[in-house]
Design a protein around this ligand. Structure first.
Ligand code: ADP
Length: 367
């Protein structure tokens, strides 16, 4: 049964799956895959296949488990019997209980459980296919599922392991490296770099651990970017759609308003403006009409004056001529008065008052 390859790392520094020492396996994440869970995630990392469902916050049962000051976080790691080459024994094992405990503790610093007293937040992890690093993969998937469920968290948790293979420190061990390597060192951290899980299986020197931590930080940074990308994609897309619909509605409303409201709203104002303009035009027109009315009168008077002049030239009656002159003067005076009145009336659209006493207290045209 000893299938140990001669070399886990080739001379040119490549591992059996073609990765370099500081590279993680390809990761694929799907979010919201379970319709009955509050949040869910399906994650593939190398040959690992993991499904996570998050439920809650919901009333904690049995009640004796409730906490008066915070939500109870429950994490259940389960390996499907078909997930490994040799059939895994169904049900809880010492290993699955240990992984469930350390994984729950990895999330406790970030989940804001104090917001939901007497409730439970359940994280169910199903390992569908295992290929080493299932706990770290499950933590990465759980982080997404918790976010998908809308559980308030101070940040995402990312997890990655480093180990020692053929005397070299490498990142993210696969199954062969885990089985035949010298050490396995899983780590989980918050996006601020706070370590929330740290385990070690094997023997490592402090220098090797230091070197391994540098690799893990790099790996976790890459994983965080993947997680954030997936979450943005999930939560940005639906936000855009509802925004687009209201915009369309607003446009419709606006176009409708453009068709209907202005005619309703502005019609009375327009009518009032039109009335005002008409009134002004009428007032402007009135004086000119009066002036034109005055003109024929003046012409008549001029004719009378001419007739009188003719009579004077005849010289038949000096007295009559004098009277005619007097009349002429009177007529001229009248003509002048009327001309002045016509002039005054033509100045503007106001009421013409011939007798100042008629003007009242306002004294219009009383200059
Ligand atoms: P992790 O999966 O987090 O690395 P372990 O180091 O305990 O956890 O397990 C390493 C790998 O060993 C697992 O990913 C799985 O492929 C395999 N394994 C674990 N338990 C069993 C089991 N009961 N039967 C067969 N293979 C197992």
């Amino acid at each position: 049964m000893n299938d140990k390859p001669n070399k886990l790392i080739t001379d040119d520094g490549l591992r059996l799956d073609g990765r370099r020492a500081d590279e993680i396996r390809p990761m694929k994440i799907e979010i919201g895959v379970l319709s009955r869970a509050d949040g869910s995630c399906y994650l593939e990392w190398g040959r690992n296949k993991i499904l996570v469902g998050v439920f809650g916050p919901r009333e904690a049962h049995p009640r004796r488990l409730q906490r008066a000051d915070a939500a109870v976080i429950r994490y259940r790691y389960n390996m499907a019997s078909f997930s490994v080459e040799d059939r895994a024994r169904p049900g809880p094992s010492r290993r699955s209980i240990e992984i469930s405990k350390v994984s729950r503790e990895a999330f406790e610093p970030v989940i804001m459980a104090e917001l939901y007293p007497k409730t439970a937040i359940d994280i169910f992890v199903e390992i569908l296919q295992a290929d080493a690093g299932t706990r770290t993969a499950a933590i990465n998937a759980s982080s997404i599922a918790l976010a998908d469920a809308g559980i308030p968290m101070k940040g995402l948790v990312t997890s990655c392991a480093f180990g020692k293979v053929d005397g070299q420190i490498v990142l993210d061990l696969n199954k062969e490296e885990d089985n035949y390597g010298e050490a396995d060192f899983p780590v989980a951290m918050t996006q601020d770099g706070e370590i929330t899980l740290l385990q070690m299986d094997g023997h490592l020197t402090p220098e090797e651990i230091k070197k391994g931590f540098e690799l893990v930080k790099k790996g976790c940074k890459e994983i965080l970017e993947i997680q954030q990308t997936v979450l943005r994609k999930k939560f940005e897309t639906p936000v855009e759609e509802p925004e687009a619909e209201p915009e369309a509605k607003i446009v419709d409303t606006e176009s409708e308003a453009a068709e209907t409201e202005p005619s309703l709203e502005y019609a009375p104002e327009a009518a009032a403006v039109e009335e005002t303009i008409e009134e002004a035009e009428e007032l402007e027109a009135e004086p000119s009409e009066e002036v034109t009315e005055t003109v024929p009168e003046a012409e008549e008077l001029e004719e009378i004056v001419k007739e009188a002049e003719v009579e004077v030239v005849d010289g038949e009656a000096i007295e009559e001529a004098i009277e005619a002159e007097t009349e002429e003067e009177a007529i001229e005076a009248e003509t002048e008065e009327e001309a002045i009145e016509a002039e005054d009336e033509s100045k503007g659209p106001w009421k013409v008052v011939k007798d100042p006493s008629e003007s009242g207290s306002r004294g219009e045209n009383d200059e």
